[in-house]
Design a protein around this ligand. Structure first.
Ligand code: FES
Length: 189
């Protein structure tokens, strides 16, 4: 203990900031490179997270928009949207409501029930063929829901459409049967 007490302590020389770290042989350059990589990784992760959040927000907004369309407003009447939401020559599917809203090239509206009048299967819209198709017995219906004949007994049924101050309303309380398509079935704004 006496020897330690008498020993003259030499203060450590202060390390200069400008002194290259590599010269110390401490592996500090590798540490610096590693920090740079982790910073880049962090930035990438941050940007990726922001991208995911933006995508989720867009998805949620679209979902809310689609939810708003197809809302029941009164006594079986469903608000399909505003007239301008449906360009002439378009077919819009309302899956939850089991109908297609078509707007023909002249601007007339028709709400077509998705249920096949043969045995009740669900028909699908085929944009390539500009027609509806029933997968159960391979029946086709044209743009207006008219059928080609047996085994299907009649065209696809309709729901009544009304236009109220540019709002398109579809009355789903009772599907309407018809013998064939007629232009009188189209509703105009
Ligand atoms: S159920 Fe659609 S064609 Fe038979």
């Amino acid at each position: 203990m006496e020897a330690i007490r008498n020993q003259k302590l030499t203060p450590l020389a202060p390390q200069k900031d400008s002194e290259p770290l590599a010269d110390k042989g401490c592996g500090c350059q590798e540490n610096s490179a590693a920090k740079e990589v982790s910073r880049r990784t962090f930035l990438k992760l941050g940007l990726g997270t922001l991208g995911v959040i933006a995508a989720l927000e867009i998805g949620a907004a679209s979902w809310l928009f689609l939810q708003a369309r197809g809302q029941e407003v009164q006594g079986g009447k469903v608000l399909a949207g505003s007239v301008d939401d449906f360009p002439p020559g378009s077919v819009t599917e309302f899956k939850e409501r089991a109908f297609f809203l078509i707007r023909d090239p002249e601007g007339g509206f028709l709400a077509i029930y998705r249920r096949c009048p043969h045995l009740g299967c669900t028909v699908n819209w085929q944009p390539d063929g500009n027609s509806f198709h029933c997968p159960c017995h391979s029946a086709d219906f044209d743009f207006y829901g008219d059928c080609e004949g047996p085994p299907v007994p009649r065209p696809l049924d309709l729901f009544a459409v009304t236009i109220d101050e540019s709002r398109v309303l579809v009355d789903m309380s009772q599907p309407q049967q018809r013998d064939q398509f007629s232009p009188a079935q189209l509703i105009y704004a």
